[in-house]
Ligand binder design. Structure first.
Ligand code: ZN
Length: 342
């Protein structure tokens, strides 16, 4: 077997008020130089300024991220120099931009998510927009993940439900990954088990997540972190990304306004049916958690749904259940009706 290189986060801190421990963590990790804080227009007031104040003796620069793109990284690089490490305090765009910036500059990245909305908070993957096309590439996992339950629990509930849906879609992603073995693809039982365990924990925690109980949010955050780690273990998004994610990527390119996890959840209901998995369990859990279960909930039409599913296996070379079923538009609509998506 070929040597396998694994790079993982060095510190994962989950708990109430842990944002205050960031300077201590940076000392423990022996990070040197000035931090650059990246945050968003809303998350600046929620946590960005708080993190900046923790380093008041160094006066770190703080930049507001508008979108996760190469040009945004370039804009910040032109403006700021002599940075020792990057702290991303915010949602998906901020975390992705921070990860990409740190990767380009070859400096450490600290992930401080303000919403538990997807598993990118802990992974080595970064989703970037280049011109109008959005794609995912491999960067480095964060050196540290600081998940403050107090901050994460106060995120809008829609983002929390979307994070659950992203994790629930691991069921269909792992099934697709197993199919990939037929094509000689590398498969790690350990990473697959970790990914499925994350989904199982979220399903078992639906009630306490809905009530935003501390234990519920903690279980969701730990599941997102574990799912991100399962990707770092194999150096690919395979453990958490199958045909349901490809469907979501097509919707992104169609300018869908729905959230990543919401799209993946719907994709997962559909692909679970194709895979002969218990699609009802996936659908019912999404419904229970308050995530979308119909195309209408996503804000897309029947035609858009069919087009996205029809094109899902064309956007990248990744063997999935879609390659084993010769679907046409009518069949897609049939299945979507059977599963209640349409
Ligand atoms: Zn995802």
């Amino acid at each position: 077997m070929d040597p396998h290189f694994i790079e993982l986060p060095r510190v994962v801190l989950v708990g109430n008020g842990v944002i205050g421990k960031i300077p201590e963590i940076t000392r423990e990790l022996k990070l040197s130089g000035k931090p650059l804080i990246l945050t968003g227009p809303t998350t600046k007031g929620i946590a960005g300024e708080k993190v900046q104040a923790l380093f008041s003796n160094i006066r770190p620069d703080m930049e507001i991220v508008q979108e996760a793109s190469y040009s945004e990284v370039g804009r910040i690089r032109d403006k700021i120099s002599d940075i020792g490490f990057v702290i991303g305090v915010g949602g998906g765009k901020v975390i992705d931009t921070g990860k990409l910036f740190a990767f380009k500059e070859e400096i450490p990245f600290i992930s401080v998510p303000t919403a538990p909305s997807h598993d990118g908070i802990a992974s080595d993957r970064v989703s970037v927009k280049d011109k109008e096309f959005k794609y995912s590439l491999r960067a480095k996992p964060p050196a540290a993940i600081i998940a403050d339950i107090g901050v994460l629990a106060s995120a809008p509930y829609r983002l929390i439900a979307s994070g659950c849906a992203d994790i629930i879609s691991n069921y269909t992603a792992v099934f697709d990954w197993k199919l990939g073995r037929k094509k000689g693809e590398y498969y790690s039982e350990y990473a697959a088990a970790l990914s499925l365990l994350s989904a199982e924990i979220v399903l078992r925690s639906v009630d306490i997540i809905k009530e935003k109980q501390e234990r519920g949010i903690r279980n969701l955050v730990e599941a997102l972190v574990s799912s991100g780690i399962s990707m770092s273990l194999v150096g690919s998004s395979r453990p958490s990304s199958g045909a349901e994610h490809m469907f979501s990527h097509v919707l992104d390119s169609m300018d869908s306004k729905a959230l990543h996890g919401e799209q993946c959840g719907i994709g997962s209901i559909f692909t679970a049916f194709l895979q002969g998995q218990d699609w009802r369990r996936i659908r019912n859990s999404l419904f229970e958690i308050g995530a979308p279960v119909t195309a209408k909930d996503l804000g897309i039409t029947e035609d858009q749904f069919a087009a996205a599913m029809l094109n899902a296996n064309k956007i990248r070379k990744r063997y999935t259940i879609l390659d084993e079923k010769d679907l046409d538009k009518n069949r897609i609509i049939d299945i979507a009706r059977t599963t209640g998506i349409l």
